[in-house]
Write a protein that binds this ligand. Structure first.
Ligand code: ZN
Length: 265
């Protein structure tokens, strides 16, 4: 089966369900950890989606997850490529968590206090759809600014935010998988979406997967860790043949550019 199709994504979810994983949204996970510092399940997947582009693809995955009885977190950006009120409403109505995928420091050209004001008003905007309590940084690989830097000066807890995965998930106990770069080992070419210290430990332990099929095989053979966070970008996943090839070719070109950028840093 071709990778990065909706059919392949379904197979991944079904395999995780069949092998005993329970799915959590970021919010559910943060609540459980806050309450008694442990999860009410032995095998756990925190399922997160960054809606960078093509929000209609997120509606497809959200609908699929709903039919499988799975709740996930969808992080939307404020920009028009992501922010589609009709789709946000429909995904929330399917029982999923809505969060804010913020990039305010980039939008404010590095001005921290301006970025914080814009963050607050954008958070209020997303709270019209869902009582947003978790947020997640958008990586903006071409921007010189890291939007997480707002939190060197300000505290998101003061705004009723209980979790930002980059700060509040303890990756010592939670293995991280992301489809950044349209593969599952793209941390090699990613500027910001990676977990610094643990990534090396995971790779050394053989926990490095290239294709979705590799993850499915690991889950079936019991080699996948018991606790993981999976991040996907639904814009990459499609059953449409023409769009599939377009995404595959453009992402491979982007990966080459990213490798060069990292070499030049
Ligand atoms: Zn993003």
């Amino acid at each position: 089966m071709k990778d990065f199709t909706v059919a392949c994504y379904r197979e991944l979810l079904e395999t995780l369900l069949d092998t005993g994983y329970t799915f959590f949204t970021t919010e559910q996970y943060a609540h459980a950890m806050q309450k008694d510092n442990h999860l009410p399940a032995d095998k756990v997947v925190v399922l997160r989606h960054d809606v960078d582009l093509k929000p209609e693809n997120s509606l497809t995955t959200a609908t699929l997850e709903h039919t499988l009885g799975i709740n996930a977190t969808y992080y939307f950006r404020i920009v028009k490529e992501s922010n589609r009120p009709d789709i946000i409403n429909r995904i929330a109505a399917l029982g999923h968590e809505i969060g804010y995928h913020y990039e305010d420091l980039t939008l404010a050209n590095g001005d921290i206090s301006k970025a914080y004001l814009s963050f607050q008003s954008n958070l209020e905007y997303f709270r019209r759809f869902y009582p947003v309590s978790t947020i997640c940084m958008h990586g903006s690989p071409r921007s010189p600014y890291d939007s997480k830097d707002i939190w060197r000066t300000y505290d998101y807890h003061a705004l009723g935010i209980i979790a930002e995965p980059y700060f509040d998930i303890d990756f010592a106990h939670c293995f991280y998988l992301t489809d950044t770069g349209r593969c599952w080992d793209g941390y090699r070419v990613s500027v910001r979406d990676k977990i610094p210290t643990y990534q090396d430990q995971w790779s050394a332990a053989g926990l490095s997967f290239h294709s979705t099929h590799d993850i499915i095989r690991a889950a079936k053979s019991g080699k996948l860790p018991k606790k993981l966070m999976i991040t996907t970008h639904p814009q990459r996943w499609t059953d449409n043949n023409r769009l599939w090839w377009k995404e595959m070719i453009s992402q491979n070109l982007k990966n080459i550019v990213k490798r060069i950028m990292i070499l030049l840093r």
